[in-house]
Design a binder for this molecule. Structure first.
Ligand code: PEP
Ligand code: MN
Length: 326
C-alpha cells in the first residue's frame, strides 16, 4: 500500500468479492496479501502502490515483489549481507562451565553467534532431553559472560514466550518445521527465526513453512538446509545444496546451512561446510564441543575446538575467494 494508506478501501473490495486476505507489516511496508488469484485479479485501488501477482505458491518469501535481499539482524549481527555468519556451540546445553568454555573458544576462532539446545527433539524418549529452562538460564549466562548472541530451539507453542525472553534467535528444528501452530507462534514472538528444513520436506514445503511466520508480520526468517532423507546410508542425511541453490533464486530471505547433522560424523563436517558457503550460504550453524566424546547428544558429529579453528581458517579463504568475509 502507499505510505499513507491503511488499505481500507482495498479491503472493502476484497470483502465484496469474498476473497481471503491478510494485512501484514513487513520490511517497513504495509502489504495486503489476498487469495485466491481469480477473485483478486481485477481488484484495483488507487491506494495500492504496487500490485504483484506472484507466480509461485509462496508469496511473502518470494523475490518477485521484494527484489533486495533481506538482512536479518540478530542482536547487531547481520545475516544475509556480505559477511557470512558462523554460529557454533554444542548440540545440547549440558553444564554452565562447559557451555562458557565452548563459547569462549568458538568466539576466539571467529564465531559470531552461540548455538545450543535447551529443549532437544530426541528420537528416543530414553535419551538426554535437554535441561529445559535451566538450559535457557545457562544460555543467558553465556551471553552475559561471552557476549555471543544466542540461537536455540523451541519445540512447543507453550514455551515460545519463555524461550524468546532468553534467546536472540528462535530455532525451529527439522522435526517441527511443519508444526503450523508453532510457526505462527514464533511469527508472533517478533524474534528472528532460524527455520530448519524438515528431513522430508520439498523446497516448496520449506518456503511455505516460512510463509506462516511471514504472515504474522515477522520478516526476520533465515532458512536453514540441514540435510534430507534419501536412500543413502553412509551419511546421516543428504545435504541438499542443489535445493539451497534453487531456493536462493526464488527468495529474498537469507539461507543458512547446518553441516553437522547431515554429516553425522565430525570428519565430514568440514567438506560440507566449505561446499555450503561456496554454494552461497549466508550463515553456518556448527556443532562444537570441548570434549565431543563425552557429549550427551550427537557426540559423533561435534567438532573439537581445534577442528573448528581449522575449519574457520578454511572458511575464511573460501569466503574471500567469493568476495565475502567471515
Ligand atoms: C539441532 O540443530 O540441534 C537439531 C536438532 O537439528 P535438526 O532439527 O536439524 O535435526
Ligand atoms: Mn545435534
Amino acid at each position: 500500500m502507499k505510505n499513507n494508506s491503511n488499505g481500507l478501501k482495498l479491503i472493502e473490495k476484497l470483502k465484496e468479492k469474498s476473497a481471503s486476505y491478510k494485512v501484514v507489516d513487513l520490511y517497513k511496508r504495509k502489504i495486503v496479501v489476498a487469495w485466491p488469484d481469480k477473485l483478486v485479479e481485477n481488484v484495483i485501488d488507487d491506494d495500492v502502490e504496487l500490485k504483484v501477482r506472484v507466480s509461485k505458491p509462496w508469496q511473502l518469501a518470494s523475490n518477485e515483489w521484494k527484489k533486495d535481499k533481506t538482512i536479518v539482524n540478530v542482536d547487531g549481527i547481520e545475516i544475509g549481507g556480505r559477511n557470512i555468519v558462523v554460529a557454533a556451540g554444542p548440540c545440547a546445553i549440558e553444564d554452565e562451565d562447559i557451555a562458557i568454555e565452548i563459547a569462549k573458544a568458538v568466539k576466539k576462532a571467529g564465531a559470531k553467534m552461540f548455538r545450543g539446545g535447551a529443549y532437544k527433539p530426541r528420537t528416543s524418549p530414553y535419551t538426554f532431553q535437554g535441561l529445559g529452562e535451566n538450559g535457557l538460564k545457562i544460555l543467558r549466562k553465556v551471553y552475559e559472560v561471552v557476549g555471543l548472541p544466542i540461537v536455540t530451539e523451541v519445540m512447543d507453542t507453550r514455551d515460545v514466550e519463555k524461550v524468546a525472553s532468553f534467546a536472540h534467535m528462535l530455532q525451529i528444528g527439522a522435526r517441527n518445521s511443519q508444526n503450523f501452530p508453532l510457526l505462527r507462534e514464533v511469527g508472533k514472538a517478533k524474534k528472528p527465526v532460524l527455520l530448519k528444513r524438515g528431513m522430508s520436506m520439498t523446497t516448496e514445503e520449506w518456503l511455505l513453512a516460512a510463509e506462516y511466520i511471514l504472515l504474522e508480520s515477522n520478516g526476520d526468517v533465515v532458512l536453514c538446509e540441514r540435510g534430507i532423507r534419501t536412500f543413502e546410508k553412509n551419511t546421516r542425511f543428504t545435504l541438499d545444496l542443489a535445493g539451497l541453490a534453487y531456493v536462493k533464486t526464488v527468495t529474498h530471505l537469507p539461507l543458512a546451512v547446518d553441516p553437522s547433522h547431515p554429516a553425522g560424523r565430525r570428519d565430514l563436517v568440514e567438506p560440507l561446510a566449505l561446499a555450503a558457503i561456496a554454494a552461497g550460504a549466508d550463515m553456518l550453524i556448527v556443532e562444537v564441543h570441548i570434549a565431543p566424546e563425552k557429549a550427551l547428544s550427537d557426540s559423533e558429529q561435534q567438532l573439537t575446538i581445534s577442528m573448528f579453528e581449522e575449519l574457520m581458517k578454511k572458511l575464511k579463504m573460501v569466503a574471500e575467494a567469493l568476495g565475502r568475509s567471515i
